[in-house]
Design a protein around this ligand. Structure first.
Ligand code: C5P
Length: 312
């Protein structure tokens, strides 16, 4: 029997623009978002365990190693997106059970789509594993499974820069020039994506100024310039007000990152990670050093655009 392992990697993301529209019948919100993949990698390895007993699916167990803050909750459960992704891709095929190993460098519940990157890498690894056993998974089925697992998973598969509409999962690639350097800063807590969307709905009910920003024209033009100053001037996140309301210390973190040299600091996705766009790598390094000095915030430097999920 073939016991070759299968491994894949996928990157995190930042939303350079995140416009949130009306809540829909399915509980999701209409989005108009510009994703940029950043070079911060999750690695997923499937290790065949031919003798393992599994009651349903092919996953015999899971083991996550965190190179960032370890969350309080147990990640290694059947609810994990990577676990669900492998079972969905291998559904119905007679392949040996596997154990999943995940190497995490993206903060958990941080607004950088780390869980979605795990799902995307797990999908690629599982497609590779199936192929080793003579099963081809059609590309349309892969896309379907990605969108079922979560709104950010299709972009984690694709990478680069893209405009996302509908739930953020209807993607069109966007043109961009240059490399953009970021300091990512996480106040060592997580925020639930659903809770942040709900908070925005509640705040909009009482504050008519919190209108949806769905137009991405200025940002798409700025991305063609390759100039971080132009991009920084038009970055926007409708969820920022809600993330700051749930975690008020973010306001000072954003201000401090800009004081330390960032062109523009903004909540990444639903937060609480702050993405601080910097003129260059050195400035991003200085911002990380200054902001993380007290130990209350975890931070790292990275750049985008980066690649989508790939088999190793
Ligand atoms: O799709 P995913 O599981 O990542 O989304 C987590 C939660 O974020 C959803 O259950 C929903 O409450 C919220 N969400 C939303 N609109 C979107 C994407 C996510 O309301 N377009």
């Amino acid at each position: 029997m073939n016991v070759t392992l299968s491994a894949a990697r996928a990157n995190g993301k930042v939303n350079l623009h995140l416009g949130v529209g009306e809540v829909r019948g399915d509980g999701y919100h209409e989005l108009s978002t510009v994703f940029m993949a950043v070079d911060r990698t999750e690695t997923v390895t499937l290790i065949p365990e031919p003798d393992a007993q599994v009651t349903s699916g092919v996953v015999a167990g899971m083991n996550t190693t965190c190179h960032v803050r370890v969350p309080d909750e147990d990640l290694d459960t059947p609810k994990n997106l990577a676990w669900r992704a492998v079972n969905a891709i291998c559904d119905g095929a007679h392949v040996p059970p596997v154990r999943i190993e995940v190497d995490k460098t993206i903060p958990v519940a941080g607004g950088m789509a780390g869980g979605s990157a795990d799902a995307a890498a797990a999908i690629k690894a599982a497609v590779g594993y199936m192929s080793q056993h003579g099963f081809e998974v059609p590309a349309e089925r892969v896309q379907e499974i990605a969108a079922e697992l979560g709104a950010d998973v299709p972009f984690a598969l694709m990478g680069g820069i893209a405009l996302g509409t509908d739930r953020g999962d209807a993607l069109v690639p966007m043109m961009g020039r240059g490399q953009y350097w970021f300091a990512f800063l996480n106040p060592r807590v997580g925020l639930s994506t659903g809770a942040v969307f709900e908070k925005l709905d509640e705040m909009r009910f009482n504050d008519v100024s919190l209108v949806p920003h769905m137009d991405t024209t200025l940002l798409s033009r700025a991305l063609l310039s390759g100039d971080p100053v132009q991009v920084g001037a038009v970055m926007h996140n409708d969820l920022q007000a809600a993330a700051v309301a749930l975690h008020p210390r973010l306001k000072a973190l954003i201000r401090d990152a800009e004081m330390a040299g960032a062109i523009r600091a903004m909540v990444s996705g639903s937060g609480p990670t702050v993405a601080a766009l910097c003129p260059d790598r050195e400035t991003a390094q200085t911002v990380v050093e200054e902001i993380t000095r007290s130990g209350a915030v975890e931070g790292f430097v990275t750049h985008g655009p980066a690649a989508g999920a790939m088999l190793l």
